[in-house]
Each structure stands twice: as C-alpha cells, then as structure tokens.
Design a protein around this ligand. Structure first.
Ligand code: GCV
Length: 695
C-alpha cells in the first residue's frame, strides 16, 4: 500500500528501492561515503546525498573522514581525489559544470571540477538509484549543453501570476528580506536537481518599482538563498524605469543621463548581488515601453543595457516577441522582419530570446523562422511551461514532447542537420554563450503546479535545458519512476499515456494546423467565433479564416508569404501542398472543405474525426489511469481521476463548439464517427468566464 502523497516532495521524495536484489547490490557497493570539502554548495550536496541514500537504501549511511579502498562512494572535486584515482581518471575530460560518475578501482566515484558540478553529480547519482539503474559498471560523463538554463516567472509584485494556474506567487515580497520561507529553499533544490541555474523572478510585463533599493534588498535575500544551489537571479527591467522611479524626463537609450541612470542602477545591484545574472526585457511589445518610443531601435535599447551590465559579466535577454496592431502584415512574419536585419548589431552579452513558434505558445506551431536566421546573434529559446493555451492546470499534457519536436526540427539554415537545438546550444554558429528559458508553471499550490502531472513539465523542461537532445520518452520514464513507482506495469502504460497526451490536446483543440482558437483574453476554452476585439490579430477569426469555401491561413506565396522566411528545403515543403505535413496544413494553407487528405477523407470530415480522436484519446487516458490504482495512493489517484473527468468534458466542449461553428460555413453534415454535439452553438457562445485564472 503506497503512502499518501501530497505532491510537495516532487520527484525528490526518495522511496526505498523496491527491487530487493538491486537494493542488496547497492548496499554492498556503497557501504560508506567519503565526501570532503567545505562550501555552502558542498554542504547542500552532502545533505542531499545523506537524505537520499538513507531513504533509498533504508540505512543510516556512514560518512567517514577518510577514503577507503573498497565499496565506498567517494564524492570529491577532481583536485581532491587521491593520486591513484586521479591517474585512473586522467583521460576523462569533465565539462564545465559537469561531472563524472564511475566505478573506479573498487569504489564508486562522483567527481567534478566545480562545487556545483558535484551537486549535479549527486542529484544524478540519486536519480540512478531512484530509477533503479545498475551501478556496478558505471562510467558516466555528463555536462550541460546550454549555459544559462532559466525559469521565467511571470509573477507580479502584488502576488498574482500572469498566466499562472497554480496559486499565487511564491515570493512573499512583504516579508522579504528578513523572512526566508522554507519554500524558497525547496524551490532552489528542485531546480538544481534538474540543472536549472537561473531564475527571472518577475513578469516580463514589468514593474519599475522592483528596481527601487528596498526591493533590491529583497531580491538580494532570494539570491543569497538560491546561491548554494548554483542558481542566479535575473530581473525584468521596465524600459521606462528611469522616468518612473528615476524622475528623468526621458528613457531614450541614447541620452547620456539615461545611460548613467542604468549604469548606476546596475552597479548598485551588483553591490548587493555580486553574481546577479542580468535583465530580461520585453520592449515595444503588447504596450510595454521600449526604445521605439524614442525613435530608437531594439539594438539601441539592448546595447545600452548590455554596456552597463558587461563590466559585471551580466547579460541582457532581449525578447523578440513583437507584433504591431498598426501593421497589417501577417503577425507570424513580424518578429522575423524586425529582428533578422539587426543580426550582428547586438553586443556580445545580448541574447535575443525567441518563443518556440511565431505566434504564441500554441498546442502545435512550426518552429520560429528566426532560429538559424540570425547566425551572428546568440538566440535563447523561450518555451512556455505554464499551460496558457493548453488547458491551464486542469489538463494532463506532457510538454517535453512538444519541446522535443521543436528542438529536433531542422532549420536547414546551414544545410541538413541545422537543428533548432544546435542554434540554441550555440554549436551551429559557434556562440560563446547559450541560453534557454521556460515560463514557469509554479505557484503556491501545495503540489507546486496545480495538476500533479504538470510537475513533469517543470522537470522535463529542466532536463531538456541541460541536454536539448534528450528524448521525451526517457524523460517521462525517469519522472514517473522518481515520482511514483518503478513497477513496469505502471511505467510502461503511463509513459505511453504521457507521450500521447500532447497529440490529444492538439486534436481536441487545434487539429491540422489550426491555431489561436481560444476564447478571448483568458484563453480558457474555445472561442473560434470571436471577431470583434480592437486588435485584429487578437481575434481567432484572424487565424482560422473559415468561410464558405474552406478554412486555414494562406501563408504561401499567394497569401502572406510567411513561408519564405524559412530556409530551403523547409520552405518548399511547407509551400507544396503534397509535401506539407498534415499536422500543419491549415497553418500554411487555406483549403476547400472538400480537399482530400492522404487517408482519403475530405478536410471537413477529417477535421471532425480529429476532434473526435482527441476526445477518444482522453477517454483512453482515463481508462489507463483507472488501472493504475495499485501503484499510487488513493488520494493522488482520485485527484487525477477528477482532473481527467474535467479534461474529457472540456475536450468534448472544444469539439462541439468548434465543429458547430465551422459548420456554419461548411454547411456539411458531421462525419460518421463524430459524436453529435451535446448543445447548440448559441449555448457554447453564451458561456462566459470572467474570473478564469491567470489574467
Ligand atoms: C506576459 C501572450 C500572453 C501574455 C504574455 C505575452 C508575452 O500574449 O497572453 O500574457 O505577457 O504573451 O509573452 O509577453
């Protein structure tokens, strides 16, 4: 009988190894630990190892003061290993911030060049035991492939979280700097366990007040708390801060007074936080102030901040999420048009942060055409972990599958093999610095993420930030084993469920390349009929373009020509109907309702059947989950069951509302195999959700 889990312990609730023979092996191979060295990071690593080993092995592990010759776990920086071990490991080239774990001369050794490498090594060794890997012949070298692995919180100073569905902000600003909530420490530990090494504490829709001295003291207290875990703090900088809190008459980046203001501000931050990471900036986007307010460019704005940060080794993450309500150009084209001509003009410590797709974190988008198109600029990937457009924290959707699809997309910008992952890790264009950001799904809910399975998205983001070439099956497998159970009867079907869950949400929300059909503003539920918002590109009708003839956004040469922003042969593949992947068809093409798809169905029938498939996939998830009760405690089982019930109801809502609405244009009967809608279109249109969370 499993113990009740409230989810607070995440994937780090170490449980005793269930395989008796493996447990015996572990106990034989690790009879004591030698872990020398003093530092706040090493203390954290040692405490974690003690906690983990005692729980996993069901013993009180001896931590001895000297190395022995046999059956010991030795955890030490390379320089602290004895000569014999150093000699044995001479050929091992440990990467920066990485570690080596191996079976060497009768002992198990975890070694690294830096303290933080040892911390990562300890977490990874414990993961091996949690997931019940044999350790007798270990020879494992690992290191992060991306330098800055960052979580972006969209947390406001009033405690609300933009697009947050897991409670309030973790940061108790009013009690800081004196009161250090235990949760800050647990948060840092969880991040370190998957290799996340940076956190942007606040919303990109920024508040200048954050940069006032009293708030910097609060931020410094958080930075001190996170430091032992190898985590740096970054802040969002409001471009108009020199006016709002500095009382200058302008925020023009070329004005010497403004430049001096930022320099002084940044110098002061570094006095309090010597390892401050830098700024994340949303400028001239969705109403945020920026250099264009003064007739200047993104380059002027970003470089001004970069100059002030450079003496301290800080960076500017400058977002490329821009589109204008006054520009009739296809929104999908605008960021590329604005940013690509600026390639090569940014300072070395500017990283341009680009969302995974050109619209906005949809269930499926083609990769952003900027990736690979700015070879002289370091580009950071921005993923969304919080499920703004994917059912909030009510729907079970395993996002690493989505991230993997983007990272493994081939941009062909430097010929075959120019994967997005290579752009991001800097290897395609030889960048000195690389970065990835994930918009956090964490809040004050007891289980951190609202939906217990949304923890897998935080975990999976971290794992892919560490190694963007990992596959999502491995991540699912490891998370399930660490969080719930190693029983194959649980792990196998549940891995399949997680992997399938991403396609399910695409099918019941936006199949065949449809996008942005979510209801207005809060983005909860379907609203394909919304057409009256002031900004044209905020209306779902802008994206699906359904009419009597057909449906879809023509981005070919006869349409907006957005496809030409991709390199060949990607562009040809998207342009040619016969080659265009069917799962992106309506992203790139406006097609007649009777267009025939590869399986012989008409577009109309296929649309209905895809929506139905999504609904059926949720039913299959429910069925699988029903069989999982022997492996999870009753409370957790019930919790997920209730959430899946809601997910099914909402999947049906999506199918019915969208198909009824599109039927107004196609006038065709629903395909055989699609369940008849439960209500009328008017009923679905009448549903209003003024208090949906996350706004
Ligand atoms: C933080 C979308 C979201 C906004 C978000 C914006 C962004 O438009 O709906 O809430 O603002 O993206 O990424 O800046």
């Amino acid at each position: 009988m499993a113990l009740p889990q409230n989810g607070y312990g995440l994937w780090l609730d170490y449980k005793k190894v269930s395989d008796a023979s493996l447990l015996g092996d572990y106990q034989n191979q690790i009879q004591s630990v030698y872990f020398p060295g003093e530092s706040s990071t090493l203390d954290v690593a040692r405490a974690e190892l003690k906690l983990g080993l005692n729980a996993l092995l069901g013993t009180t592990m001896e931590f001895s003061s000297s190395a022995s010759n046999n059956t010991q776990l030795i955890v030490a920086k390379f320089e602290q290993l004895d000569q014999k071990l150093q000699k044995n490991l001479k050929k091992v080239k440990i990467p920066e911030d990485g570690y080596y774990i191996g079976h060497v001369a009768g002992n198990t050794v975890i070694t690294a060049k830096e303290d933080v490498g040892l911390l990562y090594g300890v977490f990874n060794f414990l993961r091996m035991l949690q997931t019940q890997q044999p350790i007798a012949k270990l020879d494992h070298l690992d290191g992060p492939k991306i330098d800055l692995r960052i979580l972006n919180h969209w947390d406001n100073l009033d405690g609300t979280v933009e697009r947050g569905y897991a409670g309030k902000s973790l940061w108790k600003w009013q009690k800081l700097p004196k009161y250090i909530d235990q949760r800050y420490i647990d948060y840092a530990r969880a991040n370190a366990s998957v290799g996340i090494n940076g956190t942007v504490l606040t919303n990109v829709n920024a508040n200048a007040w954050l940069l006032t001295p009293s708030y910097i003291d609060k931020v410094a207290a958080l930075a001190d708390t996170f430091r032992p875990y190898g985590i740096k703090v970054y802040l969002t900088a409001r471009f108009s801060a020199p006016m709002e809190i500095g009382h200058l008459s302008t925020a023009d980046p070329l004005d010497p007074q403004v430049q001096q203001w930022w320099k002084d501000k940044i110098d002061n931050i570094y006095k309090k936080i010597p390892d401050f990471g830098g700024f994340l900036v949303k400028a001239n986007s969705e109403g945020q102030p920026g250099p264009q307010n003064y007739g200047r460019s993104h380059v002027d704005g970003a470089n001004m901040m970069a100059d002030a940060l450079a003496p301290h080794n800080g960076v500017v993450l400058w977002r490329a999420f821009v589109y204008s309500e006054h520009d009739a150009t296809d929104r999908a084209k605008q960021a590329y048009l604005e940013f690509v001509p600026m390639d090569g003009k940014f300072k070395d410590n500017v990283i341009v942060q680009v969302k995974n797709g050109a619209i906005d974190f949809q269930p499926r988008e083609p990769f952003h055409p900027i990736f690979g198109a700015m070879p002289k600029t370091a580009l950071a990937m921005e993923f969304q972990i919080t499920q703004e457009y994917l059912g909030f924290s009510t729907h079970l959707v395993f996002l690493p599958k989505l991230y993997e699809e983007v990272l493994k997309s081939d941009t062909y910008q430097q010929g075959k093999g120019s994967l997005v992952a290579k752009v991001i890790d800097g290897s395609l264009d030889n960048h000195k610095i690389s970065a990835i950001s994930g918009v956090s799904n964490i809040g004050s809910d007891l289980n951190w993420t609202g939906h217990p399975f949304a923890q897998a998205n935080w975990y999976g983001y971290g794992r892919l930030a560490w190694d963007p070439y990992l596959d999502s099956e491995t991540i699912a497998d490891q998370w399930l084993r660490s969080t719930y159970s190693n029983d194959e009867n649980f792990v196998k079907p549940m891995t399949e469920l997680l992997i399938e869950s991403r396609e399910a949400v695409v099918n019941y929300m936006t199949p065949l390349g449809l996008h942005h059909l979510m209801d207005t503003n809060h983005h909860y539920g379907p609203g394909p009929w919304v057409s009256e918002l002031a900004r044209p590109e905020w209306n779902p009708t802008y994206y699906h373009k359904a009419d009597a003839e057909g449906i879809g956004f023509d981005r070919t040469q006869t349409g907006s020509d957005a496809i030409m922003q991709y390199a060949e042969p990607v562009a040809q593949r998207f342009e040619q109907l016969e080659q265009c992947p069917e799962n992106l068809l309506l992203w790139f093409h406006h097609l007649p309702w009777d267009y025939t798809l590869s399986d012989g169905h008409t577009l109309w029938d296929s649309l209905g059947l895809q929506y139905q498939k999504g609904v059926d996939q949720v039913r299959a998830m429910q069925k699988t989950w029903e069989q999982m009760s022997p492996y999870v405690d009753a409370l957790s089982h019930k919790e997920v069951r209730m959430l899946l019930d809601i997910q099914l109801e909402e999947a049906i809502w999506w199918k019915d509302a969208c198909m009824l609405y599109f039927h107004e244009y196609s006038k065709l009967p629903f395909p055989k195999g699609m369940e008849t809608p439960k209500h009328s279109l008017d009923y679905y249109k009448s549903l209003k959700h003024p208090y949906a969370p996350g706004i």
